[in-house]
Design a protein around this ligand. Structure first.
Ligand code: ADP
Ligand code: MG
Length: 600
């Protein structure tokens, strides 16, 4: 047993179904062939009729009694072993590919096998073939598979794959193969969901929250979208429970109106306290401004961030801040903790966040907001660990055109930029690097800024390592015409006058990043443009990106192009890799897997 544990570890697996899913990659069929099929692999009973050597090659003529035919075989690199084995009159079971040359049957370098009548699975694994076979024989059996929740058809399929009796049971007919793959997909999804389900732990809430939100919604200058309302209802249900603290992730594209969901949640929490954490001071400030604008003046809101004397927050209803919040030891206990732009926090900050909400027996309700759309399939998987709500639409249609451009389009681009700036709109140009590099065939921020400053006034420059970047962004928002930057602007600040973005070397970025960047323009319904400047105008990935605006569809595309060679940054989350399951389309399979588990 101990030993088996080691082997499981080596295989990086932990469950019986993990093992069952390591299916053979091929089979060695040693049943005797019923006919002589040229071009196919066969196994035959054979007697050596003649042996001779010619130019160092061993030439053996076999007689196949069943077919009364002769076949000749050449062994190019014959060893003493071959000479001993194929002596005249000796009997064999030979195996190899049957060929025909000038009307004569041939089999090049056949193997002489000892046992016939078997179909021997061949596995690809880190273990030795025999070790794996031993493990599989020990654990993969009908009883265990049933006990793990598979149905009879799936059990038969798995058993046939590992212990085939007839080759036709495995892979021969096409529709049959398709069915096997469907079942493997299901088993893979089922196994994964089962593992996740075991991992969710819930705690009782500090208290239930059921504050009235109608005064808030009725005072808004617009009505909430259907999806905003649905998410708010989901959250109302979560917060109205005392036995279980909420644990929900709200995923919505940039501009889908998540802030309103945050504010509605604050209203539900009243008269108790809410805390909201944002990844940057700029974003915290923006949220603070929005909260002040849309919440009634009777709600006491405070902003906590570095370099700003925070008001006394002990009697605040709603505390907004950056991760500086994590280091306050006098933070009052909140009943609701929220994190905006969750995807922007580093792993370490996420861990301390967890700590913020995991003191004691009872936990505050915890809501996270993310603007990195994930495919529905992934959301379905993730929802095993925490509840997930998706906002897939934006409150207003954005008039946004995405287009690939190259060197030859530069004059037209210049004209367009001039036109936007003359309308008091703003332009953003994203460079792949700050400094010049031989590895990157595009201009850098430093190389280009002189050019733009000569042509235009009010050109601002910032990048990820720029200590002043928040100040630069704030000043640009008010006074700038053009901003040159690296991908720092990804952080969700809103620049309402921004209508044109150029992304230089677009093929170097993941689709999720491109989509985030594109989300910066046209936030207030102004007609906008996103230009992807690239030396590779034929990139299918980028062309598809141009045609797709919905973040959830982008996430799907991203999965599809995951192995695409032209992505250099690390923005694509590695995620779970599946062997059979296709995360771009197998929603229905995951659905079934999830409902089977409910029934268990
Ligand atoms: P997100 O945080 O999801 O990126 P925001 O909450 O910042 O998006 O909303 C984007 C813009 O849409 C804001 O200007 C906001 O005031 C506006 N907005 C939000 N909900 C609605 C709505 N239901 N109808 C019209 N505009 C809305
Ligand atoms: Mg937001």
């Amino acid at each position: 047993m101990e030993n088996d544990k080691e082997k499981f570890k080596k295989l990086k697996i932990s469950t019986l179904l993990d093992l069952a899913l390591i299916v053979p990659t091929s089979y060695n069929n040693t049943t005797l062939s019923l006919d002589l099929k040229v071009g196919e692999f066969g196994t035959f009973e054979a007697t050596v009729e003649n042996v001779n050597t010619h130019n160092g090659k061993l030439n053996v003529t076999f007689f196949l009694p069943k077919f009364s035919k002769k076949i000749s075989s050449i062994f190019f690199r014959a060893t003493p072993y071959h000479y001993q084995l194929f002596t005249k009159e000796s009997k064999h079971y030979i195996q190899g590919k049957l060929e025909q040359y000038k009307g004569y049957l041939q089999m090049s370098q056949p193997k002489s096998i000892k046992e016939i009548g078997k179909i021997i699975p061949k596995y690809k694994s880190v273990l030795k073939q025999s070790e794996l076979v031993e493990l599989v024989s020990k654990y993969v059996n009908e009883k265990n598979l049933y006990a793990d929740g598979l149905d009879s058809l799936e059990v038969v399929t798995v058993m046939n794959l590992h212990f085939p009796k007839e080759i036709s049971h495995i892979m021969e007919e096409k529709h049959f193969k398709q069915r096997v793959i469907q079942q493997l997909k299901f088993i893979e999804a089922f196994n994964h969901v089962k593992k996740l389900r075991g991992k969710r732990t819930d705690y009782p809430a500090v208290r239930l929250l059921d504050g009235d939100i109608s005064s808030f919604t009725s005072s808004l200058p617009f009505s909430l979208t259907k999806e905003q309302q649905t998410v708010i209802e989901d959250i109302q249900k979560d917060l109205s429970r005392e036995d279980k603290a909420a644990k929900r992730m709200v995923v919505g594209d940039v501009g889908s109106g998540k802030t309103m969901v945050i504010l509605a949640s604050v209203m539900m929490a009243l008269p108790h306290k809410s805390i909201l954490m944002a990844p940057t001071s700029l974003l915290a400030l923006q949220l603070y401004e929005e909260a002040q604008k849309h919440l009634s003046t009777s709600v006491k809101i405070v902003l906590v961030m570095q370099g700003r004397d925070s008001d006394d927050y002990t009697d605040a209803d709603f505390i907004i801040g950056t991760h500086a919040l994590l280091y306050k030891d006098d933070l009052p206990e909140a009943s609701l903790v929220m994190v905006d732009e969750q995807h922007r926090f580093g792993t370490r900050q996420r861990a301390s966040l967890e700590a913020l909400v995991s003191n004691g027996e009872k936990r505050p309700h915890f809501l996270q907001f993310s603007a990195t759309p994930i495919p529905r399939t992934q959301a379905m998987m993730q929802s095993e660990l925490l509840d997930v709500s998706l906002i897939t639409t934006t409150p207003f249609e954005r008039e946004l055109k995405t287009q690939m451009i190259g060197k030859q389009d530069f004059p037209a681009l210049l004209t367009h930029i001039e036109k936007e700036i003359s309308c008091k709109h703003q332009v953003l140009i994203i460079y792949p690097l700050v400094e010049e590099s031989v590895e990157v065939p595009y201009q850098s921020l430093e190389e280009s800024k002189g050019f733009w400053r000569e042509k235009f006034d009010n050109v601002y420059v910032t990048h990820g390592k720029d200590k002043q970047k928040e100040e630069v962004l704030l000043e640009f928002r008010e006074k700038g015409d053009m901003l040159l930057a690296t991908t720092v602007v990804e952080v969700g600040i809103s620049l309402p006058r921004l209508t044109l973005i150029v992304i230089v070397g677009a093929e170097r970025l993941g689709l999720a990043t491109l989509h985030q960047l594109r989300g910066r323009v046209g936030r207030n319904g102004l007609k906008s443009w996103c230009y992807l400047f690239s030396h590779f105008p034929k990139s299918e990935r980028l062309q598809r990106f141009c045609e797709t605006d919905n973040g959830f569809d982008i996430a799907k595309l991203d999965l599809k192009f995951r192995d695409s060679g032209d992505i250099l940054d690390g923005t694509i989350q590695s995620g779970q890799k599946f062997k059979w399951l296709d995360m771009t389309e197998d929603e229905e399979v995951i659905e079934r897997a999830k409902s089977r588990i409910v029934g268990l």
